[in-house]
Ligand binder design. Structure first.
Ligand SMILES: Cc1cc2nc3c(=O)[nH]c(=O)nc-3n(C[C@H](O)[C@H](O)[C@H](O)COP(=O)(O)OP(=O)(O)OC[C@H]3O[C@@H](n4cnc5c(N)ncnc54)[C@H](O)[C@@H]3O)c2cc1C
Length: 496
C-alpha cells in the first residue's frame, strides 16, 4: 500500500476498515452517491471535513431543472430531455460538454420526480421561469420553499433510512490523501479527524465530491482570466479545492478554459475584505423582471455602461467584466428611494421599504451626500463624470429617450438631494474548471486514461462542463444529484 496526498507517508493512522465505496464530501453530490449506493446494498463511508453535511446547500438557492416531469405534465407544460439538452447547448454557446450534459439532462426529469416522491417541499410557483440567468423557453426550473435547505432536508431524511453499518458518515474528517495499492489503483483515503487524529479507510472505489475552489483565492485566480482577481468570493469557506488538488497529485487532468462570468448584485462585506455579504441577508435586485429599475449604474469613470432595464443577465454580466475593478456603483436620490421598491432584498422577503430606508441612513453599505460630486468622492468614482452622467440621464428621462444606452424604462429624474450610492463588485460563487472525467465519471490522468478506483461528481468537475461560459438554470445542483445517484448505483453494483 502507498499513501499519496500530503507527501508519501508511513502509515501510523487508525484503520477504519474496508467499505465498498468511500465518498469524500457530503454536499449534494456526495450525499446522492451515498444514498443510492446504499440502496443497492453497498457499505459506504462518507468523510466530511466540516461539522455538518450539506455543503453549499446551506447557502445555495437550490434551483434545479428537469424536463418531462410529473409536475410539468400536471400543469400542461410540454417538454422533454432532448429539448432541455438543446437549450443547455444553446445557452452555453456550445461550450458545455455535449456527452456529459446529455447523460445528466436525460435523467434530470427523473431526479425531479424522485424528489417529488420523497415529499420535497416544492415552491408552489414551480416549475417556473427564472430571470436571474438567461431564461429557459419553458418552465422547467424548480426550487423549494426554503431554497437549498429544502433539498438538504429531503436528502438528510433519505440518509437517515440507513444504519451506520450501511452508511457511516464522519463529519469533522478532512481527507488529506489517497491510499493506492501496488498497481497504483486508488484503494482508500487518509484523513484527519477533529484536527489531529489520523485515520485511514479502504474501499474498491473513492468518489471525490469535494465541491469547488472559489473560497481559496490563490487557487481560484489560477483559473480566472487575467484581470478578474478582484472578483469577490460569494460561497462558503469549505470550497478550497481539496479534491482537485488531491487528484492532481495523483496525475489527474484538470480543465483550464479561462471562463469567468460574474454574479452581479452582491454587496462587498466591509467586515471581510474580498468577500460578499451573505446573499441570504442582502443582495441588490438587478433583474427588471423582479423590480423596475429607478437608478443608474456607473463605473469608476462615472459612466453608464449598460441599459439598466436590459432583460439579458448575460449581457449585463459581460458588460461588468469590462469595467475597471469589476466594480459598479448604483446611484439614486431621495425621491427615488421613496417611490421605488426597495433596492435591497433577500430570498426570505425580509426587506421592507422601512428597513431599506433605515439601511440608507445606517452607513453600513450605502453612502449618501448632498451633491453628485460629493457622492462620487465617497464611492470612489470620478466626480465630474458622475455629475455629467446624471445631467444626461435626467435629460433622457425628460425626453423619454435614452440615446446613451437605449434604456426604455425611464421612470423619474435623479435630482433630488440627498444622493445615495452603493457599490457592487463582480462575484464568483461556483468553480468553472475542474477534474476531467470519462462519461462514467472516472477521473482521467493527463494522458486521458482513467485513474483506477477514482471517481468524481459535482462542482469538483467545474461548471463549464454543464454550462459552458454562461449560467444555465439548475445546471450545477441537478447534475450533482443526477450523476451522483447514477454513480452510486453503478459503483455499488460493481462492488456486489
Ligand atoms: C449563493 C449560491 C447560490 C447557488 N444557487 C444555485 C442554484 O440555484 N442552482 C444550482 O444549480 N447551483 C447553484 N449554486 C451552486 C451549487 O449550489 C453548487 O455547485 C453545489 O451545491 C455543489 O455541490 P457539491 O456537492 O459538488 O459540492 P459542495 O456542496 O460544495 O460540497 C462539498 C463538500 O465536500 C466537503 N469537503 C471539501 N474538501 C473536503 C476534504 N478534504 N475532506 C472531506 N470533505 C471535504 C465540503 O466541506 C463540502 O461539504 C449556488 C451556489 C451558491 C454559492
Amino acid at each position: 500500500m502507498r499513501f499519496a496526498g500530503q507527501g508519501w507517508a508511513v502509515m501510523t493512522a487508525e484503520d477504519l476498515g474496508r467499505y465498498d465505496v468511500i465518498v469524500v464530501g457530503a454536499g449534494v453530490g456526495g450525499l446522492c452517491v451515498a444514498i443510492e449506493a446504499a440502496a443497492v446494498g453497498a457499505r459506504v463511508l462518507v468523510a466530511e471535513k466540516t461539522e455538518r453535511v450539506g455543503g453549499m446547500l446551506h447557502i445555495s438557492s437550490g434551483e434545479f431543472s428537469g424536463a418531462g416531469t410529473r409536475r410539468q405534465a400536471a400543469r400542461g407544460i410540454e417538454d422533454d430531455p432532448e429539448r432541455h439538452w438543446q437549450e443547455v447547448m444553446r445557452l452555453s454557446h456550445g461550450r458545455a460538454d455535449p456527452d456529459l450534459t446529455w447523460r445528466t439532462v436525460r435523467a434530470q426529469g427523473e431526479t425531479v420526480d424522485w424528489l417529488d416522491g420523497l415529499g420535497f417541499d416544492f415552491h408552489p410557483e414551480t416549475p417556473g421561469l427564472v430571470h436571474g440567468h438567461e431564461v429557459y423557453s419553458v418552465p422547467r426550473t424548480y426550487w423549494g420553499v426554503n431554497q437549498g435547505d429544502s433539498l438538504l432536508r429531503v436528502l438528510e431524511r433519505e440518509l437517515a433510512r440507513w444504519t451506520p453499518e450501511q452508511v457511516r458518515v464522519l463529519t469533522g474528517t478532512r481527507v488529506t490523501g489517497a491510499v493506492q495499492d501496488g498497481a497504483g489503483r486508488v484503494a482508500g483515503i487518509t484523513a484527519v479527524r477533529d484536527g489531529t487524529h489520523e485515520i485511514a479507510a479502504h474501499a474498491a472505489t473513492v468518489v471525490l465530491a469535494t465541491g469547488g475552489y472559489d473560497a481559496e483565492p490563490g487557487l481560484r485566480n489560477r483559473f480566472l482570466p487575467p484581470g478578474c482577481e478582484d472578483a469577490m468570493i460569494a460561497c462558503l469557506d469549505h470550497a478550497t479545492g481539496d479534491g482537485l488538488r488531491l487528484a492532481e497529485g495523483l496525475g489527474a487532468a484538470v480543465s483550464g478554459n479561462g471562463i469567468f462570468l460574474p454574479v452581479m448584485g452582491l454587496i462587498p462585506d466591509p467586515g471581510r475584505p474580498g468577500f460578499a455579504v451573505d446573499y441570504r441577508e442582502a443582495f441588490i435586485e438587478l433583474a427588471p423582471a423582479y423590480r423596475t429599475p429607478h437608478e443608474i449604474w456607473v463605473n469608476r469613470a462615472g459612466e453608464r455602461f449598460v441599459p439598466e432595464d436590459g432583460t439579458s443577465p448575460e449581457r449585463r454580466e459581460r458588460a461588468l467584466l469590462e469595467q475597471p475593478g469589476l466594480a459598479m456603483h448604483i446611484v439614486w436620490d431621495e425621491a427615488t428611494a421613496r417611490e421605488a421598491e426597495p433596492l435591497i432584498r433577500n430570498g426570505a422577503g425580509g426587506w421592507t421599504r422601512e428597513r431599506f430606508l433605515a439601511e440608507q441612513e445606517s452607513g453600513r453599505w450605502i453612502v449618501t451626500a448632498p451633491t453628485p460630486e460629493e457622492l462620487a468622492v465617497r464611492l470612489g468614482v470620478d466626480p465630474a463624470g458622475l455629475a455629467a452622467t446624471l445631467r444626461r440621464y435626467n435629460e433622457a428621462v425628460r425626453a423619454g429617450h435614452d440615446p446613451d444606452q437605449g434604456r426604455t424604462t425611464l421612470p423619474m429624474t435623479i435630482d433630488s438631494p440627498p444622493y445615495y450610492g452603493i457599490t457592487s463588485t463582480a462575484a464568483s460563487l461556483l468553480s468553472r474548471d475542474g477534474l476531467q472525467v470519462t462519461g462514467d465519471l472516472a477521473v482521467v490522468d493527463r494522458d486521458g486514461r482513467p485513474i483506477p478506483g477514482l471517481y468524481a461528481v459535482g462542482e469538483v468537475l467545474g461548471n463549464d462542463v454543464f454550462a459552458g461560459d454562461n449560467y444555465v438554470g439548475g445546471m450545477s445542483v441537478t447534475p450533482a444529484m443526477t450523476l451522483g445517484r447514477a454513480l452510486g448505483r453503478a459503483l455499488a453494483a460493481e462492488a456486489s
